[in-house]
Every structure is written in structure tokens, then in C-alpha cells.
Ligand binder design. Structure first.
Ligand code: SF4
Length: 378
């Protein structure tokens, strides 16, 4: 079984990173109202560096928070509905942004909130995905317990299993409870993630019955439709505040694709293209780049990923993932090329994930750029 690497920060349990505490906010149903967004921006400036990250699970991170300020920040987040009062309720639930208002995914997500504290204590990296529409939008988003559709209706699928458990006539909360208890009873705490546990232990047969429906095509930024990307998933609080003001939006869905889906926008959306870090459409090469925080923000990183991403922008015609180490925080799914920092230099993976076998190893940046250009020329 592979080693469990690290743990995920939350509002209650921040993580020390290279620039101070990292506080991760899990927006309920992935939605942040305009007031909540302004609050996040104010808090990021008051207690942190003013930098805000959008993560590959659709969460929001405040960076460089001072340890002495964490309690005050947490109180403010709870007060504004941006964190749960009970830390046991603070399990990340990614609800598909491609959903019908009031539809099944939203109803399941809503039902789970408030019941998460009932689940057995589980490793901090675990997450729930609610992707219960006619096509799966979150197929590449990390999550251990996955509500999806099948030809037999709603099902719950353990991550790592090809088939899922039809639960059309079952309460989704109870189904999650049952699978979480099975996970813990079979060594899930030591394994850390469902996928790793299933390398050792077989699921019950009746939880491996139905294949999920197909994944839908990836969504691209499109300003006129209210979908805007944030380059490399990071910007300043001042920029986010300006985006909400210019858009005149009621709120935004924070997506796992480092995009905001603006809701109820009445402003001149085209004007947002002038904002720094805004990716307004798919012709911007940054729309297909996934970049982890890297050095100096992450102590595990062998690369200054963001600086390197700026230098490599436009080199690859396809999805490029830059990862400071083999953990691959920025993207759980495959990419056309993955640049991975190691002790020995830079590894390059093709059509895979950060922990897949590289086709080139121990490169320096000049060699890396040459390899990428050669591969693109073929
Ligand atoms: S992938 Fe990047 S952010 Fe994640 S642990 Fe490695 S260096 Fe840090």
C-alpha cells in the first residue's frame, strides 16, 4: 500500500506552509455569496497576505495567516457561514457546479451538511463528491465517496472501484454512513484514502454493481457566460473584490477548475478581461495549466512552480500540470504533460498523473523546455 502523504488543512485545522498558516474554507455547496466573498477578501487582507487560492477541490484558501490571528479568523468565518462551528462537520463536499438549481445534486449536498458530524472519525484528507447529474462533471476531482448516476439511477461509488452501489431507494445520508463505517472498520484510517484501502480490501459485492454514467467534456472559461478562470488558481483579494463589484454578481460558484461561475451578474462582464489574473476564454493558454503552490509556499516543493508556469505558458498545446513534488495537489486527473519536481531535478510525465512513471527524468529547466517543444513538434 502506498504511503499516506500529508493531510488537508481546513478552517479549524490550518496547515503551516512556507508563507505562514494556510486556512482552507469549504464553501457550502460550493457557493459563496457576494457578501461572503467580500468577507473572505477582507479577512485575507486583515489576517493573511491578501493572497487567495482556488483549489482543485473547489475550496478557497487564505494564505500566510499569522498563528496568533487564527482564532479570530475562525470566529469570523463561522459568523459569516464560511465554516462550521463543529469541526467534525467540516468534511469537504464537492457538489458539481454543472447542476440544476434545486436538483438532485444540490438536494443531496444540502442533506449531507449537518449530518457529517455523525460519520465516524476519518482521515483529514477524505472528501465526498456529489456529481449526480446526467453526465459526470467531477470525474477528475479527488473524492473518496462519490454520489453519481448510473443506468440504475443514483449510486454511491467508492473511489478506486469501477462500479458503484445503486441507492435509488436508500437515504443518501445512510448510504454514506454505511460506507464510511465500512471504511473505518476495514483499516481506512491507516490507509488514509479509499483508493489505497481498495488495493488491499475488497468492497462488498452489492457495492460493485453499476458503472457510472459517462463524464462530460471539460468546461472552459467564457466571460460572456459568467465563467471566468483565475490564472494558476491564485490572485489577490483586491482582484476578487473588484471582480464581484464589476460583475454586479449576487455570488459565485467556486469550481474545482479554478473558475468562478458568477451568479446573478448584472454588470459589464466583458470589462473583467482587464483584471489581472482573469482568464476570460480558452484561447488563453493559462486556461489549460494546473499549477500547485510550489516553492516557497510549500515545504515539499522542489520547484518555483508559478514562476516556471509563466515561462512555460504557451509552450504546450494541451493540458500542462506543474507539480512541485509527486503528490500532484493541483490536479487529480491526467494531463497531456506533467512536470514534477524531484530531489534529482525535473521529471516529465506524458498523458498521466504526477505519480505516474516519467518518460524523462532529472532534467533542468532548459532541457525540460526543449523536451516539451520537441514533443509538441511531432
Ligand atoms: S504538489 Fe505542490 S503543493 Fe502539493 S505537496 Fe507537492 S509541492 Fe506541495
Amino acid at each position: 500500500m502506498s504511503r499516506v502523504r500529508g493531510w488537508c488543512p481546513s478552517a479549524h485545522r490550518p496547515m503551516m506552509s512556507g508563507d505562514g498558516l494556510l486556512v482552507r474554507v469549504h464553501p457550502r455547496l460550493g457557493y459563496v455569496s457576494a457578501d461572503q466573498m467580500r468577507t473572505l477578501c477582507d479577512l485575507a487582507e486583515r489576517y493573511g497576505s491578501g493572497m487567495i487560492d482556488l483549489t482543485s477541490r473547489g475550496n478557497v484558501q487564505l494564505r500566510a495567516v499569522r498563528a496568533a490571528d487564527h482564532s479570530a479568523l475562525l470566529v469570523a468565518l463561522i459568523e459569516h457561514g464560511l465554516a462550521t462551528a463543529d469541526p467534525r462537520d467540516d468534511i469537504p463536499v464537492a457538489v458539481t457546479p454543472l447542476r440544476q438549481a434545486g436538483g438532485l445534486s444540490e438536494r443531496i449536498g444540502g442533506a449531507l451538511y449537518g449530518n457529517l458530524a455523525e460519520l465516524p472519525e476519518m482521515p483529514a484528507k477524505l472528501g465526498v463528491v456529489v456529481d449526480a447529474e446526467a453526465g459526470r462533471a467531477l470525474a477528475d476531482v479527488s473524492g473518496d465517496f462519490r454520489f453519481e448516476q448510473s443506468a440504475r439511477g443514483l449510486m454511491l461509488r467508492a473511489d478506486g472501484a469501477a462500479l458503484g452501489w445503486p441507492i435509488e431507494d436508500y437515504d443518501p445520508r445512510q448510504a454514506l454512513q454505511d460506507m464510511a463505517e465500512w471504511f473505518v472498520a476495514h483499516g481506512g484510517r491507516a490507509a488514509g484514502r479509499m483508493r489505497r484501502l481498495l488495493e488491499q480490501v475488497d468492497l462488498p459485492d452489492d457495492w460493485q454493481v453499476a458503472p457510472p454514467v459517462d463524464a462530460v467534456a471539460p468546461v472552459s472559461p467564457s466571460l460572456s457566460d459568467g465563467r471566468l478562470g483565475i490564472a494558476f488558481g491564485r490572485t489577490r483579494a483586491a482582484v476578487l473584490r473588484q471582480i464581484m463589484d464589476v460583475a454586479g454578481a449576487e455570488g459565485a460558484l467556486v469550481t474545482p477548475w479554478r473558475m468562478l461561475f458568477l451568479q446573478g451578474a448584472t454588470g459589464a462582464l466583458g470589462d473583467l478581461a482587464a483584471q489581472p489574473d482573469v482568464v476570460s476564454d480558452v484561447s488563453d493558454p493559462r486556461a489549460v495549466m494546473d499549477v500547485c503552490p510550489g516553492a516557497p509556499f510549500c515545504g515539499s516543493s522542489h520547484l518555483d512552480t508559478r514562476a516556471m508556469a509563466s515561462r512555460l505558458t504557451g509552450v504546450v498545446d494541451g493540458r500542462l500540470h506543474l507539480s512541485g513534488c509527486g503528490k500532484g495537489c493541483a490536479r487529480a486527473g491526467p494531463a497531456q504533460f506533467v512536470v514534477v519536481g524531484t530531489d534529482a531535478g525535473i521529471d516529465l510525465v506524458r498523458d498521466g498523473r504526477a505519480d505516474d512513471a516519467p518518460f524523462a527524468q532529472a532534467l533542468d529547466e532548459t532541457q525540460l523546455a526543449a523536451r516539451l517543444r520537441t514533443a509538441m513538434a511531432k
